[in-house]
Design a binder for this molecule. Structure first.
Ligand SMILES: C[S@@+](CC[C@H](N)C(=O)[O-])C[C@H]1O[C@@H](n2cnc3c(N)ncnc32)[C@H](O)[C@@H]1O
Length: 212
């Protein structure tokens, strides 16, 4: 199964880099393609860590990826699924046979959500079929992890264990609540990309410093 992230942010923040790195580790580099990078993007603009992990990327839009990656299946109308928080139907295990590609918006989770994913539906109206992953906003790596569980492990959405808006406590005085839904691991802990907890802690210390 092939996964595409239409990169819709400017450049690569540390947050996005940690998410994409984790997604490559979860899917395997050959199953992920990052599309629609700005036309003037050079290899030196891509974070070293992502190149080391084997990131496949292109400045072409998703409709033209087979020009750069010739062994990929052709993109056929209605066989490309957009994971869209505004879609009417939830993704289910039987969708594994309906789709060849799963497409995600490479968008930071703004709170409240701004519904930028729908820009993709407007950009590729005949190609994409929208499916939802429940009614809460997930980070991009969580949305891909959930899709993998449903499509590859054939786990129905309601059998996946999630936590909504977890609080990460760093010490007696410092805690940060994340306004997203996360998949739980076997120890009942939310799954975050490697290094993300440290970044959240650093960001929360920074915002405390800004207040002082
Ligand atoms: C952090 S979300 C961005 C949501 C963003 N605030 C927006 O304006 O749409 C990143 C991507 O994960 C996927 N995603 C996140 N939550 C989802 C949900 N509940 N259902 C379907 N897809 C979801 C979508 O592909 C979305 O573009």
């Amino acid at each position: 199964m092939k996964y595409i992230i239409e990169h819709m942010e400017q450049g690569f923040s540390e947050w996005v880099t940690l998410e994409y790195a984790q997604i490559i580790r979860d899917l395997g580099a050959s199953n992920l393609i990052l599309t629609s990078l700005p036309a003037d993007t050079k290899k030196s603009d891509i974070p070293e860590k992502l190149l080391e992990l084997g990131l496949q990327w292109t400045t072409k839009p998703l409709t033209e990826i087979t020009q750069d990656f010739t062994d990929l299946p052709e993109l056929k109308q209605q066989r490309v699924c957009l994971l869209d928080p505004r879609a009417k139907e939830d993704l289910e295990p039987a969708d594994a046979d309906r789709f060849d590609y799963f497409v995600f918006g490479g968008i930071l989770g703004d709170h409240p959500p701004r519904d930028r994913t729908s820009e993709l539906l407007q950009a590729y109206p005949n190609l994409l079929v929208g499916k939802r992953l429940g009614d809460k906003q997930m980070t991009t790596d969580t949305a891909i992890r959930t899709t993998q569980l449903i499509i590859e492990k054939k786990l129905p959405f309601d059998k996946i264990k999630f936590i909504d808006y977890p609080e990460f406590r760093f010490n007696k005085n410092e805690a940060t609540e994340m306004p997203f839904r996360y998949v739980l691991d076997t120890n009942g802990k939310p799954i975050l990309p490697d290094g993300m907890l440290e970044l959240i802690k650093r960001d929360s210390e920074q915002s405390l410093d800004d207040l002082l």
